[in-house]
Design a protein around this ligand. Structure first.
Ligand code: DUC
Ligand code: ZN
Ligand code: ZN
Length: 481
């Protein structure tokens, strides 16, 4: 077999195992795994790890926030930053706001990505306007086009849905085969507390962390689980941050429900103390906020035992303009929410997870790549290092140590500045092409492709009725979703 490229002498890791093998690439696919392969070109990977490129299934790119602030990253800067961090596929959010026509925002988002992305991408939707045309026509159309997941919000004045609207969206997802991702926080608790805090002149970022209480996350998760159970709709709770929230998911899973969870670097590596540094704490603010050491520990445990299914960045990049629009006078209610994390998601987990033996290398691959691809209908094309998969590969130097200075995204800062991280991707390939080599970007702007996603096991309903639905069926008057 004449291979175009051989990655020789490395240690390959998949979600199942670690083994010595050369990786042979033909065109844009992995064509062989085995000893002593030869090809037209060779990359020497001796002493290095050869891993599937990361799949980041939660990142905000070139997206307007509900407050009208544009992210500091467009598709070029975000995907360049991702590539430097060993991620080769992203699934950002195409956001519908209250008055938007979903078809228009989706067409516009395609156009933005097409000319800039340097790695492959899929889309999720954000649904903030589940009106008749959206639910009946535009959403099914989007799903058929390969956009098989959408996020809904239980908080934020301009994006939150009522329980009835959530049920409408879940029913549509179930009917047409899409996964519902949920931002689960109780809106009333947060806004009631925030209103009082601001009235009392307590406007510093640290009050943001107070207002987004642990209980607000736990209550919203329990409620949305009950809603999902009513219509038998699988859900994924994004950015889970609390001991109580993780416990709520564990209990739902214990009852056999399809409730998946996600956590992010900010809940493993930051705490509310990082926000409590005066006005600059805005740069560490996200929703939900980082908590404390006990919550960090619970997140690690959740990742280890599978209660938390995926580890994503929730890269929500805003520079100082978005974070501090009125400078020192900014109240925590005006700050754009979110922290950057696309580039450091993997190096952080490698250092603090694999490096400390909290997780194994296959678990690392699973949490950063394989599970994302499986859950969101990209597997085995993405998130896998196997014959027939896209040759999206990151070659890691497990010994390389760097102190974090600045990443390649557009925010101008990183919450992880000064961290000493050991284990970095040094060469990154996307569909067989080297896109980062020895710290240099070699990818052409716009080379990334949209990936229409397939249905996946995560989307399949359980086929299990709550007693009331069973009764309706017994009466031969089943609920039409
Ligand atoms: N939710 C996210 O998922 N990202 C940033 C802000 C938010 O509220
Ligand atoms: Zn969210
Ligand atoms: Zn997010």
């Amino acid at each position: 077999m004449s291979l175009d490229l051989v990655i020789r002498g490395g240690t390959v890791a998949t979600a199942e195992k670690t083994f010595q093998a050369d990786v042979g690439i033909e065109g844009d696919k992995v064509a062989a795994l085995g000893p002593a392969l030869s090809g037209k070109r060779t990359i020497d990977a001796s002493g290095k790890l050869v891993l599937p490129g990361g799949v980041d299934s939660h990142c905000h790119i070139e997206q307007l926030s509900s407050m009208g602030v544009m992210t500091a990253d467009d598709f070029y800067s975000a995907t360049v930053s991702a590539a430097y961090g060993g991620t080769t596929t992203v699934i950002p959010f195409c956001a519908q706001h209250r008055n938007d026509d979903l078809r228009k925002v989706l067409a516009d988002y395609h156009e933005r990505a097409r000319t800039k992305a340097v790695i492959d991408y899929g889309f999720h939707l954000i649904i903030a306007n589940p009106d008749e045309p959206t639910l009946r026509e535009h959403l099914p159309e989007a799903i058929r086009s390969g956009v098989r997941s959408f996020k809904i919000f239980m908080t934020y004045e301009r994006t939150r849905l009522t329980d009835e609207q959530i049920l409408d969206v879940m029913a549509a997802a179930r009917k047409h085969g899409a996964l519902v991702m949920v931002h689960a926080e109780n809106h009333g608790m947060i806004s009631w507390l925030a209103g009082r805090m601001v009235n009392q002149g307590n406007t510093l970022p640290r009050y943001h962390a107070i207002c987004h209480t642990r209980g607000s996350e736990a209550e919203a998760i329990q409620r949305v689980v009950a809603l999902a159970e009513l219509v038998d709709c699988p859900i994924l709770i994004v950015h889970v941050s609390t001991v109580e929230g993780i416990e709520a998911i564990r209990q739902a899973r214990g009852r056999g429900l399809k409730v998946l969870g996600e956590t992010c670097p900010q809940y493993l590596f930051l705490t509310a103390k990082d926000i409590d540094i005066g006005i600059e704490g805005a740069l560490f603010c996200c929703s939900p906020p980082p908590r404390d050491a006990a919550a960090q520990e619970a997140c690690w445990r959740g990742l280890k035992d599978g209660t938390l299914h995926v580890y994503s960045s929730d890269h929500a990049p805003y520079g100082r303009d978005g974070k501090l629009p009125k400078g020192e006078k900014t109240s925590f209610k005006e700050m754009a929410n979110g922290v950057p994390g696309l580039e450091l998601r993997l190096p952080l987990l490698y250092t603090y997870g694999v490096g400390t033996q909290r997780i194994t290398l296959p678990e690392f691959v699973n949490l950063t790549a394989t599970r994302h691809a499986q859950t969101y209908g990209l597997f085995p094309r993405k998130g896998s290092l196997a014959v027939g998969s896209d040759a999206d590969i990151a070659i890691w130097d497990p010994q390389k140590t760097l102190v974090v200075e600045q990443t390649h995204d557009g925010t101008g800062y990183t919450p992880y500045k000064g961290r000493k991280l050991t284990g970095w991707p040094i060469t990154v390939l996307s569909r067989g092409a080297v896109i980062v080599e020895d710290g240099r970007l070699t990818a052409a702007r716009g080379r990334g492709r949209f990936i229409a996603r397939e249905s996946s096991d995560a989307l399949r309903p359980l086929g299990r009725d709550v007693p009331e639905m069973a009764q309706l069926k017994a009466w031969q008057t089943p609920l039409q979703l």
